[in-house]
Structures are given as structure tokens and as C-alpha cells.
Design a protein around this ligand. Sequence first.
Ligand code: GLU
Length: 511
Amino acid sequence: MVAYANILRLWMALLIQQSHLAMTKQTPHIKTRFAPSPTGFLHIGGLRTALFSYLFAKKHQGSFLLRIEDTDRERLKDGADQDILAALKWCGLNWDGEVHWQSQRRDHYQKYVKQLLDEGHAYPCFCSRERLLSLRSTGDHNQGYDRACRNLPQDKVASYIKEGKPYVVRLKMPLSGQVTVRDEVLGEIVYSYREFTDTIMMKSDGYPTYHLAHVVDDELLGITHVLRGQEWLSSYPIHHFLWQKTGFTPPQYIHLPLILSESGGKLSKRKNQGVSVEDYKDLGYLPEALINFLALLGWSYDDKRTFFSLEELTECFSIQGIAKSNATFSLTKLNYLNQHYIGKLSQDSFQSYAHPILQQAFPTRVTGQLGSSRVEQASLLYQSRLQYFKELETYLSFFGSTDLAYAPSLFDGLPLSQQEVHNSLLILETLLAQTAPWEEEVLTHEVKQATKAKGVKMFELLMPLRLAVTGSQKSPSILALVIYLGKESTLARVKALMNHLASSLSSDEAE
Ligand code: GLU
């Protein structure tokens, strides 16, 4: 019995020691990277990749690197790299260390191209662009190439090179067999090598392709985890093959679900919906809303929680939460989140977002110090209802135009007849003219007095005033708004709606 108890005790002690060892075992320093190509503004899907790479690294006290993949010289756009850097900073996704530009690392790629050639894993291909185009148009060959140069005799290769014939370097992919690649979210995926042609590693301009450059850089920069969109899954076997032939240590791959539009296709630019971070910034979306929104596009924490700050995401993020299937971009959800974050802004921050948009819409009114103009002050009244700042342009359009076009739908569903609206406007015309000084308190007092004197309800005066001034049935406190608009403009609008109504009422009578 005693012997049994001793064995049990020993066994327990061993177990405890082992689990302690497992817990204290140092996890390697995690390094991720975001590797955009500077071909335009940062795509919203790119920002999601950057975010997930950032979160994964930071969650594990690792590093998040930024690498600009600028080796496709034909697709480069001037200044796009700086725009990308600015967009990441705007969202608070700060990278560690310096930015790595691939165009400045060309020697590294040359070295590995040479190694692949020397070891017989790659070969120069002298086929002209015209030949490749015609091959592609026949569609007979896998990915447009028939491997014509794969077995060129050595002396021919040497003489072509000597005479300066331009060439690319292609990877000698296996001609048959299967390969199993591993993704940390999707598990193991089997591909048949027959689906792949001999992909280009180095172009004739001496620049590497994405395939070679990213594999070399991920190795040299010590990247431990590659997070990238699922659009790269189909070329994963090429990268896997390259890792093998170069003898590098492969990182772990995590492919992120595609982001589709609500109609199921690719995201495309249409009214009030953008595709780049810049588009959303210009429309007046907040970085905290975009980050919160993108985090939930292809990742989930639990069914209950909706709002996450970047810090909270860093704590909660895990690979297990990444979805396998496509994510749908819901503008309604983004607007909902943005409205939430706009509602929480301090007055100063609100003004700093509103300022550039209002300045563009009302250049003659928005001058001087930030927040000092009347239209900017009026914009504050909209804080709780704004979905994005650009809406201010429409909401406050009555500040800019002297003659409002009243839409025929203006009176739809209104519990007041047009005649009643007209009567109220007559009362308001006198009342407004008499109000002095032009202050909210004074005006409110005048309106209250008028309700008693004329036997009408508050609503019967306020709604017609709102219709006249804003051309809409909805607005924040109309008495606060008209103070910012000014007495003259308010009176002018009251008269304008009266005229509008007078003509429609008289035509009704004539009928
Ligand atoms: N330059 C590639 C892109 O912009 C990077 C893909 C990757 O993350 O490896 O999509």
C-alpha cells in the first residue's frame, strides 16, 4: 500500500514538473510582416492583413515588420509607398524598426537566383514576350508556358547570354507528383504539381518576382509567421518548393479569408463605399472604427462582443478565431461602429474631423481658427446622429445655399396640413423678426409665448421652422441651429417656404 502511495506521489511530482517545464519553455520571438506593393492607395483588405499581422505579433510580444514590395517596376505608383506608411500610422499600426524596401535589397535576390541556377533548380528562359502571348492565347499550355527553355543545351544558353539576349529565370517545378502544404487555419492542403508551370523568379530587368523576393526576405528577416490573403493560397506550393530548394526554414503560413462585397463579388468603389483606406478617411470614418470593423471581418471573439479598441484586440486576438470562409463587407455595420466612435469623440476631436470636410463644402464660411465658424459650431449638434463626417455636407447644406429646393416628399407623413404649415410660418415670420438679441434662450422664450398667444403647440411651430430652414423633417434642435444660421438667413428661408406653399396652395384651390 505504502509502495503504491509513493509511486503515485512520484508520478504526480513528475507530472507537475513537466507541466511547469512546458509553461516556462521559451516561445521563440514571433516576427510577422506586412508586405504591401506600392501600386496605389492601401486597399481595405490590405489594412486587414496588416492589422492581423500586427495583432498576432503584439499579442505574443513579438515584432511587426513593414516591407515595401516594390520589385514590379511596371506597376509602381509614385508616392504610393508614403501613402501606405501614412495610412498605417493613421490607424495606429506602428511597425518595428526601419522600413525594408525590396528595391534596395537586390543583391540578396541575385545571390539566391545564382544558387538556384548553379544547383539546377532554375534555368534561364529566352522566350520573347510575343511567343508567350501567343502561347497564352492558344490556352493549350499550363499557365501559358510550355517549358521550351527547360532543357536548352548548355552551349546554346552560354551563347545566348554572350550575345546579350534578354532572359528571365524560371523555377524548375516538379513535373508530376503531389505536395501537401500546411496552413495554420485551413490545415493541410494537397496540390498536384501538374497544376503548376515553371514560374518566373527573376524578370529580364533583373528584379525578382514576388515569389522569390518574399521567400528570400522572409528568411533573411527572420519572419516566423506569414499572414496574407487567401488569394495567395494557389501559389503556396511554389513558395513551399522554393523553401525546400533554398534550404531555408519555412515560416508558418496563415491565410486570411477573402473580403467580398454584399453582392458576393470583389469590393468595388461605389457611392459612399470605398476600397482604400484613403477613401474611408476622406468620407470621415475614424481609424478606431475601421480597425474595429476590419478585425471582425474574418475573425471573431465571441457572439456577444462588438466593440474593441486596438489594445483590446491585441489582448483578445488568436489564430483560432480566424475564419476559414469568406467574409462579407457590411457598410451598415461599419456605419454603426463609426457612429458609435463619433459619438464618443471629445468636442475638439470632433471639430478636427469636421473641419476639413466643412472647409471644402463651405470655403467662404469656414475660415479662421479651428471650430470658430458658425457652421462648425452647428455641426456639433449632429454628433450623435452622424454615421460619417461627410454627411455633414448634406445635413448642413442649408448653410451654403440661399434658395432651398423643397422636395415634393417634404410633407410626406406629416401630421400637419400644408395650410397649417403656412399659417405657422406666418406666425414665425413676425416672431423671428422681433427676436432680439438673436440668442437661443430669447428665441425659445418667444416661441413659448407664441404657443400661448396663438393657441398652437410647440411642434406646430418648430416643425414648420425645421422644414423651412433645413428642407427636411429631421434635425437636431432647430432653435439651436437657427441661432448659428443667423436671423436674416432664417427669415429668408421662412419666406421661401411660404412662397413655395403659397403657389402650391393656390394651384390646389384653382383645381
Ligand atoms: N506584396 C504582396 C501583396 O501586396 C504581399 C503578399 C504577402 O503578404 O506575402 O499582396
